[in-house]
Design a binder for this molecule. Structure first.
Ligand code: HEM
Length: 408
């Protein structure tokens, strides 16, 4: 994982392939060193195509603010074409929009994500984390990923957006159904799950129209009525984007951070001795093994020659944030997990206009959840051999299959 010894790199490098997932940093190092603009592949549920991978920090940063590389419809025209109807609405998400259309969508939901609004949620997050730990404390083995890291952000984002408690399990199953096909070369996306999910989101919107609540979705419906007007698909895409981005990433951050801390007992001891380091520890976890491996793919609007390669107009181009975050040109000893690292200007939340809307929420949730976990469990330890913890082959995401621990 550290990339210290170079395993064999098979070409073309394919994001989401078992080889890549087994040794992501070794591949990232090879790319940064030998082919900063590399024509590789991406293999996932929705995509199986060529993609130009950009891996150096400075290049990823400039790519994300370069007008010659606009966003593509839901990951690229080829994907949109083969995409079943019920998933096409995803293209209406702000993630896939540029300039004024993007700003219009993002502005509509920005308010609850300001630092002050987020700080007010801290108490609720703490209550949730402690409530879960109360329930789990007498158990011999706990899957920290599904039983702690997941329900905290799932509950928070559902409460913010307005997904009723009874519906959350269904939402989660639908999203996992979509993601589970990703990375398998057979591409077995569960389209029934996808269709059910789209249907469910539409139902939810109808329900909030009839019975408004004190939540973001109600706010969006009311904005719609006051003339800001979101098309139905835009509204559905917004709900889908916020809920998915709001928990899938954050629970993997919490899980990945716990694994990194258990892998580095000196850093864990340092954090326990000085909880004021929690903020920079979370930042370092995002840099070291952030849950989002790359930004959404961009499209070259014209031929662009870069580092001696010509990216033809129409190609998909992908800033590989995970590689940028280990670039030795920016980070001293990039393979070292150092919770005191500073400055730590990683790209784990993206960069530019599409910089993660939920970054402050995610940071706060991770801080509060990890703080509760570490304070209450001085003997926290893995319940399986380290080798049994495996990353899952889900392109774009970096996540462990499970995290069995003794809380202690
Ligand atoms: C965008 C990472 C948590 C909502 C992004 C992007 C990254 C990212 C890398 C840029 C994507 C791109 O350029 O294509 C993360 C990580 C998280 C996290 C690592 C947790 C550890 C959240 C949370 C929310 C959220 C809690 C809450 C709603 C969004 C949205 C966008 C976004 C809406 C799209 C913004 C836009 O297109 O303007 N995130 N995210 N994220 N994130 Fe997050």
């Amino acid at each position: 994982e550290s990339g210290a010894c170079a395993p064999e790199v098979r070409h073309p490098i394919t994001l989401g392939s078992p080889e890549f997932v087994a040794a992501p940093q070794a591949h990232c190092t090879w790319l940064r060193t030998h082919a900063p603009v590399y024509r590789g592949r991406i293999d996932s549920a929705l995509v199986d195509q060529d993609v130009w991978i950009v891996s150096r920090y400075a290049d990823c940063k400039s790519l994300l603010t370069d007008d010659r590389f606009p966003r593509s419809p839901a990951g690229g025209p080829a994907i949109a074409e083969g995409m079943p109807d019920h998933l096409r609405l995803l293209s209406e998400s702000m993630i896939y929009k540029d300039s004024h259309e993007h700003r219009r969508l993002r502005r509509l939901v920005a308010k609850p994500f300001t630092p002050r609004a987020i700080e007010r949620l801290g108490r609720r997050v703490s209550e949730l984390a402690h409530g879960l730990l109360d329930e789990l404390e007498s158990r011999e083995v706990v899957d920290l990923r599904s039983e702690f890291a997941l329900p905290v952000p799932m509950t928070v984002i559902s409460e913010m957006v307005g997904v009723d408690e009874a519906d959350r399990e269904r939402f989660h199953r639908g999203i996992q159904g979509l993601l589970s096909g990703m990375g398998e070369s057979e591409r077995e996306v569960d389209h029934d799950e996808g269709a059910a999910l789209a249907e469910f989101v539409r139902e939810l919107i109808e329900r909030r129209r009839r019975a408004p609540g004190d939540d973001l979705l109600t706010g969006l419906i009311q904005a719609e009525e006051q003339g800001e007007r979101l098309a139905d698909d835009e509204l559905a895409a917004m709900v889908f984007t916020l809920v998915t981005a709001g928990y899938e990433t954050t629970y993997n951050l919490i899980t990945n951070a716990v694994v990194a801390l258990l892998d580095h007992p000196d850093q864990l001891a340092l954090l326990r001795a000085d909880p004021a380091l929690m903020g920079s520890a979370v930042e370092e976890a995002v840099r070291y093994l952030g849950p989002v491996q790359s930004s959404e793919a961009l499209t070259a609007a014209e031929d662009v020659t870069w580092h001696g390669r010509t990216i033809p107009a129409g190609s998909l181009v992908l800033p590989l944030l995970a590689a940028a975050n280990h670039d030795p040109a920016v980070f001293a000893a990039p393979e070292t997990f150092d919770i005191t690292r500073g400055p730590n200007h990683h790209l784990g939340f993206g960069h530019g206009e599409h910089f993660c809307l939920g970054a402050n929420l995610a940071r706060m949730e991770a801080r509060v959840a990890l703080d509760a976990l570490l304070r209450r469990n001085p003997g926290l330890a893995l319940a399986v051999d380290r080798e049994q913890l495996a990353l899952e082959a889900v392109p774009m995401l970096v996540r462990y299959r499970s995290l069995p621990v003794h809380l202690g």
